[in-house]
Design a protein around this ligand. Structure first.
Ligand SMILES: Cc1cc2nc3c(=O)[nH]c(=O)nc-3n(C[C@H](O)[C@H](O)[C@H](O)COP(=O)(O)OP(=O)(O)OC[C@H]3O[C@@H](n4cnc5c(N)ncnc54)[C@H](O)[C@@H]3O)c2cc1C
Ligand code: FES
Length: 285
């Protein structure tokens, strides 16, 4: 017989209360949240890997998945970037610093970091796709010796829509990350870097050793096919290209079938897939 306490521990849908430490606007309609579990024995902000996500619930409104944007190499808090698109995200936007946010996870698989070690690492982000890839970037900066070249391509619609603008400046100043930035258009007229979609940045990358290059991608659905085309031109093996693919989710833990694509549950088998894993799922990319 299970006691109430035991059955609560076993219930995978129980969320943990976390305090919002910091809330900052990253761009119009996109907000950064830094949260810390109330329970100091909680492992939610320590035991996770880049690529995983959490489910955030708002009482009376619902629950939705969000990528973890922080890195386990900087443990203790979780960082999230949330775009306000509907009911749940609007309710999350109403939360203030010091309020409680209810979170469960971490869920899903993660980027295969050990498989990328000793390789050049190329990070290709589009728009809010930078949110999960920031976790990979921080992880690789904190373990810089594990990777050879670190090549970072980031495209956004306009200069204002770029996320984590201060961090982008710092990344460029470090000197050990090859940063290439683009915007689709520049209404301000002050942008000094490339104008064009993110794939235009591939022309600036020199001396790629395809067998020793690992790539991680996240961005709007339309971006994937064009980026993959460029990577294949560079002869990068399909199983060295990893990307996060998002589907609508409900349970987040492989129980409800909401996120299924054929035999794959994107919450459990993903959200990270290699191009080779999903090459036959035209619908996924
Ligand atoms: C694994 C995973 C990680 C995610 N990480 C982030 C993140 O880091 N930051 C972030 O802002 N969002 C992220 N999302 C998307 C986020 O979960 C949705 O934006 C959220 O569920 C919207 O809920 P809502 O009630 O506010 O909007 P709704 O009212 O449910 O939807 C508003 C609009 O957004 C569309 N939409 C909702 N969910 C999705 C989805 N999964 N894919 C495509 N379109 C969708 C709807 O079709 C509708 O047009 C992630 C999704 C997944 C599956
Ligand atoms: S969201 Fe329920 S099975 Fe994936």
């Amino acid at each position: 017989m299970t006691t109430n306490v035991e059955s609560e521990i076993e219930n995978p849908y129980i969320s943990e209360p976390c305090r919002i430490l910091r809330k900052v606007d990253l761009a119009e309609g996109v907000r950064f949240f830094q949260i810390r579990p109330l329970n100091e024995n909680s492992t939610i902000a320590t035991n996770y890997s880049p690529g995983q996500f959490v489910m955030i619930s708002v009482a009376g409104v619902g629950e939705a998945p969000f990528s973890i944007s922080s890195s386990p190499t900087r443990p203790g808090t979780l960082e999230l970037g949330i775009r306000n698109v509907g009911r749940i995200t609007e309710a999350i936007f109403q939360l203030k610093e010091k309020d409680i946010m209810f979170v469960r996870g971490p869920y899903g698989n993660n980027f295969n970091i050990s498989g990328m070690e000793n390789n050049d690492l190329m990070v290709v982000a589009g728009g809010i796709g930078l949110i999960p890839l920031r976790s990979v970037l921080f992880f690789s900066l904190d373990n810089r010796e594990l990777f050879k070249r670190l090549i970072f391509l980031y495209g956004a619609r306009t200069p204002d829509e770029r996320l984590f603008k201060n961090e982008l400046v710092e990344l460029k100043q470090r000197g050990d990350v090859e940063c290439h930035f683009s915007v689709d258009k520049d209404p301000s007229g002050k942008w000094t870097e490339k104008v064009g979609v993110v794939t235009t940045l591939f022309g600036d990358i020199k001396d790629i050793d395809p067998d020793k290059t690992s790539v991680v991608i996240c961005g709007p659905p339309v971006m994937y096919m064009y980026v993959i085309r460029e990577l294949l031109k560079l002869k990068i093996p399909k199983n060295q290209i990893q990307m996060t693919l998002e589907r609508r989710m409900k349970c987040g833990i492989g129980k409800c079938g909401h996120c299924a694509v054929d035999e794959l549950y994107t919450c459990r088998d993903g959200p990270v897939f290699t191009y080779w894993d999903v090459i036959h799922f035209r619908e996924l990319i």
